[in-house]
Design a protein around this ligand. Sequence first.
Ligand code: ZN
Length: 147
Amino acid sequence: MIRTKQLRHRFVETMPDNIETGVLYVSMEYATAAHRCCCGCGEEVITPFNPAQWQMSFNGDAVSLHPSVGNWNLRCRSHYFVREGRVIEAPSWTKKQIEAGQKRDKDARTQYLADKSAVVAAPQLHSRPVEHDRSSRLIGWFKSMFV
Ligand SMILES: [Zn+2]
């Protein structure tokens, strides 16, 4: 069941300590979004933006996330779409679908990270230390989110 039917977006640089229910915090700086699970369980849900995970679109008025948010790691296992700020309940997954989804995500992430590290490892005429700095700060931020 979905209790939060709307997510108001709020663009932030870093995630606040207190994630409000019903608000989708979007950080372009860290290419990620955070909100409290829309089922009402109150768990924090982090949706990183990258080609292997989520894409965010902003139509000037409201934010959409693609693909759907599947909280199979949470006890509630809620599954919903965020379309132009509206939260639309999606069918819950069977165990089989969860396993297939997890494998697909893992493969996609592994591929994405392999592509990325190949780019970083390749000799470059124009090295970009700023990029490295940015990703280490991102990792630091994720760590702080999960302790
Ligand atoms: Zn939940």
